[in-house]
Design a binder for this molecule. Structure first.
Ligand SMILES: Nc1ncnc2c1ncn2[C@@H]1O[C@H](COP(=O)(O)OP(=O)(O)OP(=O)(O)O)[C@@H](O)[C@H]1O
Length: 245
């Protein structure tokens, strides 16, 4: 579904992402991990379309999307969440998700409750909120941090993405919140690419893990392979574990 070939991002003399090639298959849940400054966010931004690569290509669903802006990638089925909240605090959970559903369907924002079509939207909204265990009527501004992040995922799901990109979704969550979040994400059947520092979340959610360091892929495999990798253990999970967070 997603194929990166020799993807590179240079900032002046720095190769923040340095010739990364990787493929994500349909149905995979891929985690990108690595220490601070490894290039994860930069790689994520290039995949989402927020940053134009200095070199290399990005293929989505067999098509070269390297030059496409973010909104056109979104139309092809790539949805993302942001590190910072993108919710409307004064609207309820249902209203926030309804906005995303209506945007996907190309509908206006006026007169959005009442008609037959709106019942159809309402059913769809309820489905996404149920997946993320959120109640319809609560104002987004009254949600806990963990609930707000789940609402952002519900809004991304409302785009019916083929590939969902999650940018540090568990950042700032308590350990109880992040454990629940991981369970909910595991139940999604969307192909997923997640950048995350919380390794408990990563190993609970991911089917595949890619480890970046200094802009390069240093390991790639199943969670069990990554945990067992002497190289990853030596550099990150063991002696230098403190640099992860
Ligand atoms: N806009 C920019 N201009 C210059 N350098 C940048 C820019 N964005 C990122 N960098 C540098 O690129 C390198 C990779 O940064 P990036 O944020 O992608 O790493 P990361 O793995 O996401 O780190 P973290 O885990 O701390 O978020 C770092 O050295 C960073 O300082």
């Amino acid at each position: 579904m997603l194929r990166l070939h020799e993807l590179t991002m240079r900032f002046g003399a720095l190769n923040a992402v340095d010739g990364v090639s990787l493929s994500v298959g349909e149905g995979e849940r891929r985690a990108l991990i690595g220490p601070n400054g490894a290039g994860k966010s930069t790689l994520f931004a290039m995949i989402a379309g927020a940053l134009r690569p200095s070199g290399g290509t990005i293929e989505f669903d067999g098509q070269d999307v390297t030059g496409l802006p973010e909104h056109r990638r979104a139309r092809r089925g790539i949805a993302r969440t942001f590190q910072h909240s993108s919710l409307f605090a004064g609207l309820s959970c249902a209203e926030n998700v309804a906005l995303a559903v209506r945007a996907r369907r190309g509908l206006g924002m006026r007169a959005w409750l009442g008609s037959g079509r709106n019942m159809d939207i309402k059913r769809e909204v309820t489905g996404y909120l149920d997946l993320m265990e959120l109640s319809e009527e609560r104002p987004a501004g009254a949600l806990s941090h963990g609930e707000a992040r789940r609402l952002e995922v519900a809004m991304a799901l409302a785009q019916q993405p083929r590939l969902l990109l999650l940018d540090e979704p568990a950042a700032g969550m308590s350990s109880a919140e992040s454990a629940r979040f991981a369970e909910l994400i595991q139940n999604l059947d969307t192909t997923l690419l997640i950048v995350e520092h919380d390794l408990d979340v990563v190993f609970a959610v991911a089917s595949h893990v890619t480890v970046l360091a200094s802009g390069k892929v240093i390991a790639d495999g199943s969670p069990a392979e990554i945990k067992a990798s002497a190289e990853v253990e030596r550099v990150y999970l063991g002696t230098a574990k403190e640099i992860w967070c």
